[in-house]
Ligand binder design. Structure first.
Ligand SMILES: Cc1cc2nc3c(=O)[nH]c(=O)nc-3n(C[C@H](O)[C@H](O)[C@H](O)COP(=O)(O)OP(=O)(O)OC[C@H]3O[C@@H](n4cnc5c(N)ncnc54)[C@H](O)[C@@H]3O)c2cc1C
Length: 400
């Protein structure tokens, strides 16, 4: 028998209401007293709690906000202007890995998923985002991109089944929901179609040794020329290689400038990487001693900025390393930006002092999948995605 729903329902008068609400708010912009609050929160531990919540919302005309990891950039999983409740899935987070596939519940984080895979196999991985605290539910239902997408596509390109509760409370799997609905939840925004409880994924093969690197270049070291060249090779090189560029303004008293971090994952060893880079991207000047060979699961920690030797257990930590106020938007770049225009962008970043740009290369597997295959349409023809982000630490309108 399932525990009664009252034991997993929190009203504003309950002592743990505020901590439950805030524990998965991942953008401090939505922690203010003026942020609309839910009438109550249900933290289901059983599917019957989800079904009862649906009936309750329909009967009382409430909006339901579904929250898995709470990383939505604009708080969509826990804020609404209409009267609403939150269905918070953090207790539904089991992961079971079996023979090259896994069932993962939506409330699991990517870190928990990666950790569970690594406990079963050294040669399996899964293509998904690199931030370990992102929730599976929102990530998969929006597509899910990460540093293996040039080789294996998005997370949803590797989803093979799912369990969902529909608006009438029916529990459906791929067969009973039909291919149209199954198509829609793989990138079309899950909450428009139901509550996805769990996903069956196909794991991918990764080598026992992968290679990572992180190189910084300043304006004086020729950032403009290097980024310009990167645009011509990043989506065309061997799909085993993913090179992200993070551009940041430098705001020192005597130096207003730009720096770029080139962060790489190569599904192969350091020697192979060096010969590939010498052939295709010598401008970066990557040397063998800047390459670090490690297992795929260790590369997840590297990409999350954990120091070498950090225990894999940090992947089970559901709290991010830092909480911030943030705003992020993205564009897709289909023609390389000229050097003159890159310099114009640098000048604007220097003037504004805060914005960071992250360039994620496409191509490879992403170009082989039709734009109609899933609701995520950004496939062939995109060189890279550019994400503009601003983060800040102080509360208030002025800081925003
Ligand atoms: C620090 C940070 C790093 C990120 N890095 C990446 C990255 O590398 N790659 C990438 O692709 N994205 C990245 N993202 C974006 C992230 O993938 C999306 O914001 C994703 O939707 C978050 O999922 P969540 O479950 O944590 O979010 P939530 O806020 O819980 O949910 C997001 C949306 O999905 C809906 N939803 C959640 N769970 C379900 C469910 N079970 N059923 C139906 N609807 C549901 C919610 O209602 C909401 O509309 C990042 C975000 C942050 C804040």
């Amino acid at each position: 028998p399932s525990p009664s729903i009252s034991s997993v329902t929190f009203f504003p008068t309950d002592p743990s209401f505020t901590s439950t609400l805030q524990s998965y708010i991942r953008n401090l912009r939505f922690t203010s007293t003026t942020t609309p609050k839910p009438l109550f929160i249900v933290v289901p531990s059983h599917v019957s709690h989800i079904q009862a919540s649906i009936i309750c919302c329909k009967t009382h005309g409430l909006e339901m906000r579904i929250r898995s990891g709470g990383h939505d950039y604009d708080g969509l999983s826990y804020v609404s202007k209409a009267p609403f409740m939150i269905l918070d899935l953090f207790n539904l987070r089991s992961v079971s890995v079996d023979n090259g596939t896994a069932w993962v519940e939506s409330g699991a984080t990517l870190g928990e998923l990666f950790y569970a895979i690594s406990q079963k196999s050294k040669t399996h991985g899964f293509p998904a985002g690199v931030c370990p605290t992102v929730g599976v539910g929102g990530h998969f239902s929006g597509g899910g991109y990460g540093n293996m997408m040039r080789k294996f596509g998005l997370s949803v390109d590797n989803v093979i089944d799912a369990k969902l509760v529909d608006v009438n409370g029916n529990v459906l799997d791929r067969e009973s929901m039909g291919e149209d609905l199954f198509w829609a939840i793989k990138g079309g925004g899950g909450a428009s179609f139901g509550i996805i409880i769990s996903w069956k994924i196909k794991l991918v093969s990764v080598p026992e040794i992968v290679t990572v690197f992180k190189i910084e270049k300043s304006l004086e070291q020729g950032v403009t020329g290097i980024v310009h060249k990167w645009q011509y090779i990043a989506d065309k090189i061997d799909p085993n290689l993913f090179v992200r560029v993070v551009l940041l303004p430098v705001n020192k008293k005597h130096l207003q400038s730009i720096k770029a971090k080139f962060i790489g994952l190569f599904l192969g060893n350091g020697q192979e990487l060096i010969s590939l880079m010498n052939e295709t991207f010598p401008e970066l000047g990557l040397s063998f001693d800047q390459c670090i060979e490690m297992s795929w699961i260790e590369s997840i920690l590297f990409w999350s900025n954990y120091p070498k030797g950090t225990s894999l257990d940090v992947l089970l930590d559901r709290q991010p390393q830092q909480e911030k106020y943030l705003k992020k938007k993205s564009d897709y770049v289909q023609e390389p930006i000229s050097k003159e225009n890159l310099e114009g962008i640098w000048n604007k970043m220097i003037e504004l002092k805060r914005p960071a740009l992250t360039l994620n290369p496409y191509g490879g597997k992403m170009s082989e999948i039709s734009e109609f295959e899933t609701p995520f349409p950004h496939r062939a023809g995109n060189i890279y995605k550019i994400q503009y982000s601003v983060t800040w630490k102080d509360d208030g309108v002025e800081a925003s």
